[in-house]
Design a protein around this ligand. Sequence first.
Ligand SMILES: C[S@@+](CC[C@H](N)C(=O)[O-])C[C@H]1O[C@@H](n2cnc3c(N)ncnc32)[C@H](O)[C@@H]1O
Ligand SMILES: [Zn+2]
Ligand SMILES: [Zn+2]
Ligand SMILES: [Zn+2]
Length: 733
Amino acid sequence: MIEDRYDIAFVANLARREKQIQQIYRPVIAVHKWFARRPGTLFRALMLAEFSDLSLQDAFYQAANLSGKTIADPFMGGGTPLLEANRMGAHVQGCDINPMAYWIVRQEMEYLNLQDYSAAASKLRKTLESELGHLYRTRCEVCGNPEAHVKYFLWVKVVDCHHCGNSLDLFPDYLVAEDARHPKKVLVCSECGQLTETSDRKKPGYCTNCQAPLPTVGSAKSNRCHCSRCGEKTKYPNGTKTPIRHRLFAIEYQCPNCKPKRQGRFFKASDTDDLAKVAEAENRLAALSPQYIPDDAIPAGDETTRLHRWGYSRYRELFNARQLIGLETSCRLIAAQKDERIRNALATNLSDLLRYQNMLCRYDTMTLKSLDIFSVHGFPVGLTQCESNLLGIENGGSFPTGSGGWLNIIEKFTKAKAYCDKPFEVRHQGTAKGGRKVTVPISGEWIGDSRNGVAKRALDIVCADAANWDWRPESLDGVFTDPPYFGNVQYAELMDFCYVWLRRLVGKGNPAFSTSSTRHAQELTGNENMRRGLAHFTEGLAEVFSRTAAALKPGGPFVFTYHHNDITAYFPIAVAILDAGLVCSKVLPCPAEMGASIHIKGTMSSTVDSVFVCRRRQDRGIPEPDVIDNAIQVDMRALETGGLNATLGDTRCVTYGHIIRQAINDLAGDWQTRVSVKDKLDILVRWFATFGGQAVARELTGENCSRESQSLFSDQTFPPIAIKRSVHEPVSV
Ligand SMILES: C[S@@+](CC[C@H](N)C(=O)[O-])C[C@H]1O[C@@H](n2cnc3c(N)ncnc32)[C@H](O)[C@@H]1O
Ligand SMILES: [Zn+2]
Ligand SMILES: [Zn+2]
Ligand SMILES: [Zn+2]
């Protein structure tokens, strides 16, 4: 059982490393972007600890056999727990309210003939190359080669001066590149638009083309832009009803002739040929009757309303003409594929490609690559944007040059599906940084519904509200899940960006794609726009927990991960557990998010999840209480052994997990399911006050007691309006 066999230090070491470069440990995640994926190693460990007779460390690197077991995840998202269960041979039942999650998990798990896929994918690229390849070429400024490959087109937003009509470039900064990956900093001249390289940002000197002094500050700041002609300021976006136009101002490219002799990258200001290609793309788009470009309006939302403020009212406006013809042409080629699985795989690729092929991507001046639209969990609109090469650039058999093209997507996807056929684990010699890594093939395991068309496994993957799904009583050997965290990620608002395209391409006849948006009144995330508050979240979660717990076989584990930097965000979880008739036998800590680059002791940033291991009270009885401060110390020591450099925020999460476990087990005896949600949450508030409230919680984490409480419940009133969002990982995959 998990309670006896789980090994905190061993799993922390794996999960921590996995979250730093998740695609190395679980390449399957590259099938398609999903947000906040939990570590696969964690769920593998949990299932092995529950179902294997070996010690966890022994079991981990061997093939396991869970055939005959049924594992469910009511909130499957990107599918992490189900992939692990399926890989060990279990029958899996997965549910998610979001059609994109449903689609992605199916694509991760359905068998695909990789040879046929690769042939189809390279044919697709060849056709695109012959139809559109010239639009991604530019003249090399060093040798004059007209066939240099564009890595990234860089665009700047332009408005007309409200006073004199002058065109104003909205440069927050005239910097194209920092001198981290390139020998010098690269600046745009505000007078002539040419690029100059400089070592000193503060005293950059003069433009090498027109000798004008190079700018040290940008032209646009705090939604205002200064006009150099009339001296007045113009506001933006200023209630605009149409998107602000863009101007191509620079290009990062790759010249195969000059590359071997060159230190650093190739940058140029756009020339007349480059602009002529922009015009060609615009003309071609105007002449096209699109079949796949969506014309859907962008609905208002907690995240999407920002797009409205910038004048975007339709999804198609988030793309430029070259991107739209590239995507439309790709869709047509995909739709013409005869083999359904290959068609679906390429459609999944297109959907994932979208996040790089749009005009919300930004260019990272430090790492010199594109930051895709999902690099943060929202839709921030920048002033300069980055357009990636649609095709991707070959690099002599090594990793493709640049990011965000078909080649990159195909390569990642191929690795992802190859891993499904031959999964592996990574073993580390020691916990120290730089410890030797050994890849251990786990032969005998595989991910999928069938293998080479012979071996078959049951996959029950549905798109549905888990609170309304018919979970068959006493049919499950375990529930392993990662529920939504109240207001952290607006999955539906974000995923609609891909969905509107995918629906046109593969949605016909698929009931999961019947609605025009992935938004759903019953999605369990706080959402102001859809008027979903804490009560809705708590009730929904309780309903899902109750139904799935009732579907467990006697004694089966109900396990889920959770973390928040506000203890009040755990109260709905406690209510859901208690309503479901569960008790909490163990809370285990595990790193589950990417460590920030500056992960400093004493900060509140946190990466540690609490894994709640629950069982039905009728099977388990009420567990004995722990001595909380001892339990926290034991956990922190084990995490340290696992190589985690824990922050105060991490200690807090571990502490909150233990406090909530105690609350659940204290309250289980007298819990009344029939009272209102407000009353149930009030019971938690009162329990916490009796426990000692924030003061005791802070004492347990070793925090400075004079610190102001962050809690919305700190005045002991209820209900709060909303729980603050916790900081989430900034970038993944
Ligand atoms: C935290 S995510 C799961 C992430 C996943 N464990 C992973 O590692 O990729 C939570 C998921 O719950 C889903 N969800 C929210 N409300 C739901 C409901 N009522 N029924 C089913 N799924 C729901 C969301 O769409 C989201 O995919
Ligand atoms: Zn050249
Ligand atoms: Zn100049
Ligand atoms: Zn002016």
